[in-house]
Design a protein around this ligand. Structure first.
Ligand code: GLV
Ligand code: GLV
Length: 327
């Protein structure tokens, strides 16, 4: 291969590897056991000659790494993720390195997890499962694991981009012959928080959305509301959330992401009214293979002189003015 492309992690499928090999690239995949690579680990991987890198959202792609990639002759970096809060795009641009992300292929998969967490939280499925496995079920009771009926309730979406809109469409599915659900653009986020029974968070993480859900905003939500987060952990002030869960046992959350990932803030793992899963929203086979393929195409395209495929600069702002009602 004429070009050297590095992937900081093994990725699903073989299509992405074949695409690169067919186009004159030598592919090097880091097989180091530790889950999260340090900046030093990645500098060693980049080495003296590297044309492009496929990296992961757990890595800190800032000035240091882009300088190292530039010294190695690198032209392209792609995150294997739609979110790119781990990437300093300005630093990359300074070194003439193009940055890609992987939008689109994970929209429905991520929205399906948000919908799953919404329903699982409403019906207390994880708590009930733990109860069964613990051998505690000794007969049907009228008040065993009573949860929320979602029919007729108000679903709120904060961040109506691709994923948020897909989530809304899923939650608004109705049986034939039923009254159509109504849809409206809220005049403010605070209106959504006050009025919705189920709220799913889908903003991009940036300075404007850090701790968007804080102590004060949690206090404005319904006591029995369900809050779902499949975006990025720091969108919620997790310490305030733990306190809110303690004070409001009927308030339930479904969390895919955490403020100090992979860690949870103290107390969260003990809360019965929280469902926690390890950042798996995009984890369907089709999607993960698609993300790997897009990431490879991003890097390959740039090496071959084409524009980048997934372009972070085209990511919707967090309240998308052009969001459409679900069809
Ligand atoms: C996953 O969190 C992604 O941003 O793709
Ligand atoms: C519950 O199982 C019922 O029959 O109502």
């Amino acid at each position: 291969g004429k070009y050297r492309v590095v992937s900081t992690k093994p990725m699903p499928g073989t299509r992405w590897i074949n695409l690169l090999i067919e186009q004159d690239c030598r592919v090097e995949i880091c097989t180091q056991k530790k889950t999260i690579l340090s900046v030093e680990d990645i500098i060693a991987l980049i080495g003296d000659k590297c044309d492009g890198v496929i990296g992961q959202l757990t890595e800190d792609w800032g000035e240091t790494l882009f300088a190292a990639l530039s010294r190695a002759g690198g032209k392209a970096f792609s995150n294997m993720a739609v979110g790119y809060n781990n990437v300093d795009v300005n630093a990359a641009n300074k070194y003439g390195i193009a940055v890609g992300n992987t939008p689109g292929v994970l929209t429905e998969t991520t929205a399906e997890l948000a919908a799953s967490l919404s329903l699982a939280a409403a019906r207390r499925i994880v708590e009930a499962d733990e109860f069964m496995r613990a051998g505690l079920y000794d007969g049907w009771l009228p008040n065993l694991f009573v949860g929320n009926l979602l029919k007729g309730q108000t679903v709120g979406v904060i961040g109506a981009g691709r994923i948020g809109s897909a989530y809304a469409r899923m939650m608004f599915l109705k049986a034939n012959g039923e009254q159509p659900v109504t849809w409206k653009r809220a005049s403010s986020m605070d209106e959504v928080l006050r009025e919705a029974d189920v709220i799913s968070l889908h903003p991009v993480l940036d300075k404007t959305t850090y701790h968007l859900i804080n102590k004060e905003r949690l206090a404005t939500m319904k006591k029995e509301a369900i809050l779902v987060n499949c975006s990025r952990g720091p969108v919620i002030d997790e310490v305030a959330l733990v306190e809110h869960l303690k004070q409001n046992p009927m308030f339930r959350v479904g969390l895919d992401v955490f403020e100090d990932e992979p860690y949870m803030k103290p107390g969260l793992s003990e809360m019965k009214n929280a469902i926690v899963v390890p950042h798996i929203a995009s984890a369907s086979k089709w999607t993960r293979e698609g993300m790997a393929t897009l990431a490879a195409l991003n890097v390959l395209g740039k090496i071959k002189g084409y524009p980048i495929w997934g372009n972070p600069n085209q990511v919707e702002p967090f309240l998308n003015e052009n969001a459409q009602p679900p069809a």
